[in-house]
Ligand binder design. Structure first.
Ligand code: NAD
Length: 490
């Protein structure tokens, strides 16, 4: 295995210090503030990440600003050459990156590799950036006057990212931003920050000039410093809805371009004519893969008519086969949750749903592995109604709710009335109904007999309503397959 500058943390006895990356080198934080980083499968702290003060964010912005003039002048062919080298390095080191992800996030190694593969597709897309950067030209727009438009970089732009995809979501942001000639400041999640530093070193190795890509770690202080910094032209955010709204409102008030992707409550509608085995496989895969910590996870099934009894039975039969444990072990299918607090919060929905009248068909607190890891087995809640907290909230864990309705129209109304609008799916054999659902549903990404309709890199990605602030997107389902892994295209 390649020697890592940031080795897999479980091999270390002492706490690893995780610092910023500014101007092409590690810069230790001076704020005196830091946060714990855990190995969730072991349930112990393995690192401490420096939290940036306002001045440290400014330092990163100044490094990015200083690099901008030179970087935007680099020819497209040279930029493309660097991106091809980045592509090769990420491809060669995908196992190393995946191990870092599993050690800090907890997702199983195969899923972590899937994450890197999907991020790699964005980098590959950026290798063709000259094609996308072509402008437009109209001869004789007015007599003797030609008009042309050109695509120019904005300057210093920033990304603020969530814990659940510590490699892929930053790649959604920095790769296109840098390929287009911008320079970048990344504020990754403080829960699993190491992958960003590893990638920073790869970018340098690929020949990216120092200062073009910078990483500052931290919490609200760092985020606010990004949002208020006068030299940051645009911000891309992915995370929970309240913070997405805050980032959007705060950033745009200061004149920045902001796109902010928020949380989700993805419904899967199952009609009575559906292939129930296929729907059950899909529900299990989409609800429990990555321990439910995916923005495109299915957390709510809406079973129509007599699909309910058959589907709940089929899902229940599949649950004992899911192996929960340390994601580094090859046969494990579901890892722990990211922190103890998050695990306890997710678990609290099980009693909450029971008290509010749901049937607890499977209680994950009874089936998770022993040990100190932040484990929770899979839970299935039946007869969940829209008034219950388990229905209303984005639980973001391995808890699947089933709501029963009598008609397709009731199911559609539930999906459309939900304040989130990230993804949805319908399972049916009726092509006409599927087509009508795609037409009627007010959700950004729609799957027909596909549980996690994640678009591929050359389509835009994003939900509607409270799942995205600042841009509208076109729903484009893509292919998936039934397992607990992150959707792969090859
Ligand atoms: P989060 O909102 O807690 O954190 C996201 C980022 O915001 C982190 O970098 C964090 O440091 C920062 N942050 C947290 N609290 C803040 C505050 N009070 N002020 C300023 N900044 C703050 O989200 P998370 O728990 O890391 O990630 C999970 C969430 O992300 C889920 O809601 C999930 O649905 C969502 N998500 C959405 C998508 C999408 O494409 N829509 C993709 C992945 C994750």
């Amino acid at each position: 295995m390649t020697e890592l500058a940031t080795p897999p943390v479980e091999q270390e006895q002492e706490l690893k210090r995780i610092s910023h990356w500014i101007g092409g080198r590690i810069v230790e934080g001076e704020s005196g503030r830091s946060g714990p980083v855990y190995n969730p499968a072991l349930g112990r702290q393995t690192g401490a990440v420096d939290f940036a003060a306002v001045e440290e964010v400014d330092r990163a912005v100044q490094a990015a600003k200083a690099a901008f003039a030179e970087w935007r002048a680099v020819s497209l062919s040279k930029r493309t050459g660097i991106f091809f080298r980045i592509r090769d390095l990420v491809d060669q080191r995908r196992e190393d990156i995946a191990r870092i992800l599993t050690a800090e996030h907890g997702k199983v190694l195969s899923d972590a590799k899937g994450e890197v593969a999907r991020g790699l597709e964005v980098i590959e897309y950026c290798c063709g950036i000259p094609e996308l950067l072509k402008g437009g030209f109209s001869e004789q727009a007015s007599t003797g006057i030609d008009v042309y438009s050109i695509r120019q970089p904005l300057g210093v732009v920033a990304g603020i990212t969530p814990f659940n995809f510590p490699a892929m979501v930053p790649m959604w942001m920095w790769a296109p931003a840098i390929a287009c000639g911008n320079t970048f400041v990344l504020k990754p999640s403080e829960k699993d920050p190491s992958a960003s530093l590893y990638v920073a070193e790869l970018l340098q190795e690929a020949g990216l000039p120092d200062g073009v890509f910078n990483v500052v770690h931290g919490d609200k202080v760092a985020v606010d410093a990004v949002l208020e910094h006068p030299d940051i032209a645009a911000v891309s955010f992915v995370g929970s809805t309240p913070i997405a709204r805050y980032v959007y409102e705060t950033g745009t008030k200061r004149g920045k371009r902001v796109q902010a992707l928020g949380g989700a409550k993805n419904h899967m509608v199952v009609l009575p004519d559906a292939d129930i085995d296929m729907a059950a496989d899909a529900a299990v895969s989409a609800a429990y893969g990555s321990a439910g910590e995916r923005c495109m996870a299915i957390s709510q099934v809406v079973a129509v008519g007599d699909a309910g009894d058959r589907l709940v039975e089929a899902i229940q039969q599949r649950l004992p086969k899911i192996k929960v444990g340390d994601g580094m072990e090859p046969d494990v299918e579901m890892g722990p949750l990211v922190t103890r607090e998050h695990r306890d919060r997710v678990a609290s929905y099980i009693d909450g749903a029971r008290e509010q009248g749901a049937d607890v068909v499977a209680d994950g607190r009874e089936t998770g592995p022993d040990g100190d890891g932040f484990f929770l087995g899979v839970s299935l809640l039946d007869k969940v109604t829209p008034e219950m907290d388990a229905y209303k909230d984005e639980i973001f864990g391995p808890v699947l709710g089933v709501t029963r309705v009598d008609t397709y129209d009731e199911a559609l109304r539930l999906v459309n009335e939900n304040p989130y609008g990230n993804g949805t799916a319908i399972f049916t054999r009726d092509g006409g109904v599927a087509r009508q659902f795609q037409f009627d549903v007010q959700i950004g990404m729609v799957g027909i007999n596909v549980p996690i309709p994640v678009p591929v890199a050359y389509y835009s990605f994003g939900g509607w309503k409270n799942s995205l602030f600042g841009a509208s997107r076109w729903p484009d389902p893509a292919t998936s397959k039934v397992d607990l892994g992150f959707p792969q295209t090859r």
